[in-house]
Design a protein around this ligand. Structure first.
Ligand code: NAD
Length: 498
């Protein structure tokens, strides 16, 4: 691991820690926050950037009431006019995309290149939602009986809320927000309490867009109490969630108990299958980006590498992976040459370092140990690679969400697929091969919703659903694409005789 020089990130810190405010009915309001505030710190420097109010049920109630009040008039706005408002939002976000990206780096820690990519992907979802007049079109069938016709129309569900994770603080709110309002709903966002400042900036931008009426888009900061407030509020019709699998299950159960529609995207443990015929010039850099980019804190991160073939070829690939990983630059996200950024918080680093210790203690071979200097904020962790003979170990099966690549071995593709499909998760996975037949067999047999062939991070563009399987989702409709329109609308079928 090489260490990248730290730039002076003091310049970007707040002069004094202000407390964030909620955005309700077109105004910035102080939260009542009965349980006080949390600290929002720069993951690279540890500097205090802001205080986050822990909004409670009364803060949620104010936002949901505002959203309910604004929604009927917004529903009456013609779909093509709503699309124009989303277009205006797209323009406003694009103008300030660099500012959003820099804030993502300062608040979450990822490299500036990654943050720019994230913001680009978020804006892409806004672009996809601009097609709403087309996407909302219904169906009809004429003459089902004498003088009788049937038509299906789509109507908004009402007030919808999104609860989002820390790892994509700009993109994931933008997976939901544009589709929700384009369909004629009003919206409440509860961003991650670990890095909510990019959401605050997005709402500042929303505030500047005249085409978006007050009350349609609302922002409430907080943690569990705010989430429970949304899940229990009778004025919320649907919940979109992204986060850990255990939280996703909780959200699904409580939403269902309260009669709400939900989509809850959960965790992942994605496998990267390397066939003996893989081109290592393509494969090795792709695996580096997948396993160690954003310090492994992506739901599409490849966290287990399945080496296929005879022992000699497996060892050759492993040596190439280890050599490449040892050369990755580790440092703050805004420093030139950083490839592995800090973890989001010191506790996250501690958790991953402990998992490395446990895996090594249980017999995994420590090929590369990234546990060096943790840096000023105790969040830096270099890339680690551990090879295990136990395909059911914690290392091979549990989402560890850090710059840690587990390696398992398989004699052939059939055995590799057996390992891949033994996971409780089914978010994503990739195969590296020069054989069309192997790629086809993988595509046919792998039980995951987003697959890559010679691609490290198989992230679908926004016109397709983000389509995890198994414990990577509770619910059936995914984020983005047609699924988003399906989730944010109710279908009504009208049978008429004239
Ligand atoms: P998290 O589950 O800790 O938090 C997500 C949201 O849930 C936050 O807004 C948080 O305030 C809220 N929350 C957390 N615990 C809660 C509780 N007990 N009760 C009520 N609300 C609660 O997730 P995270 O650590 O912020 O994000 C990382 C996780 O998200 C990883 O598991 C990653 O794989 C997953 N993820 C999945 C996808 C996907 O598309 N499937 C995308 C990105 C991230």
């Amino acid at each position: 691991m090489s260490t990248v020089e730290t730039t002076d990130s003091r310049q970007r810190a707040e002069p004094e820690a202000r407390t964030l405010r909620n955005y309700v009915a077109g105004s910035w309001v102080e939260a009542e926050a009965p349980d006080g505030t949390l600290e929002d710190r720069d993951p690279a420097t540890g500097e205090l950037a802001a205080r986050i109010p822990l909004s409670g049920a009364s803060d949620i109630d104010v936002a949901v009431r505002a959203a309910r009040e604004a929604q009927p008039a917004w529903r009456d706005v013609a779909p093509q006019r709503r699309a124009r408002a989303v277009f205006a939002l797209r323009e406003a976000l694009s103008e300030r995309r660099e500012e959003i990206a820099r804030l993502v780096t300062a608040d979450m820690g990822k490299t500036l290149g990654d943050a720019r990519g994230e913001v680009g992907r978020g804006i892409e979802s806004v672009e996809a939602a601009c097609a709403i007049p087309h996407l909302l079109k219904g169906q009809n069938l004429e003459g089902v009986a004498r003088g009788v016709d049937v038509e299906l129309v789509r109507q908004p569900v009402g007030v919808v809320a999104a609860i989002t994770p820390f790892n994509f603080p700009a993109m994931i709110p933008l997976w939901f927000l544009p589709y929700a309002i384009a369909c004629g709903n009003s919206f409440v966002l509860k961003p991650s309490e670990r890095d909510p400042r990019p959401s605050e900036l997005i709402f500042e931008i929303i505030d500047s867009v005249d085409e978006l009426p007050d009350g349609i888009l609302n922002l409430v900061h907080g943690a569990r109490d705010a989430v429970n407030g949304l899940l229990d509020h009778p004025g919320v019709d649907a919940i979109s969630f992204v986060g850990q699998a255990s939280t996703a299950r909780y959200i699904a159960e409580r939403s269902a108990a309260n009669g709400k529609r939900f989509q809850a995207l959960g965790g992942a443990k994605n496998s990267l299958v390397v066939m003996p015929d893989a081109d290592l010039e393509v494969t090795v850099p792709a695996i580096m980006g997948s396993a160690f980019g954003a310090a492994g804190q992506r739901c599409l991160a490849g966290s287990v590498c399945v080496l296929v073939g005879d022992r000699g070829r497996q060892d050759e690939v492993l040596a190439a992976l280890s050599e490449a990983a040892s050369e990755l630059g580790v440092g703050p996200g805004d420093a030139e040459g950083t490839e592995v950024c800090p973890l989001v918080a010191p506790e996250a680093r501690e958790r991953v370092a402990e998992a490395i210790e446990r895996a090594a203690g249980e017999g995994a071979e420590l090929i590369l140990d990234g546990r060096g200097d943790p840096g000023p904020a105790k969040t830096m962790l270099g890339p680690s690679i551990l090879a295990t003979e136990d395909p059911e170990s914690e290392l091979a099966r549990t989402e560890l969400f850090g710059p840690l690549l587990a390696v398992v071995r398989a004699p052939d593709l059939e055995a590799a697929l057996e390992f891949v499909n033994g996971s409780r998760y089914g978010n994503a996975g990739s195969i590296f091969t020069t054989s069309g037949g192997a790629a086809r067999a993988y595509r046919y047999g792998a039980q995951a919703g987003m697959l890559g062939v010679n691609i490290g991070v198989a992230a679908p563009i926004s016109w397709f659903p983000f389509s995890g399987w198994k414990d990577s989702i509770d619910g059936d409709l995914h984020a983005n694409g047609d699924d988003a329109v399906e989730f944010y609308t109710r279908k009504k079928v009208v049978t008429s005789r004239w």
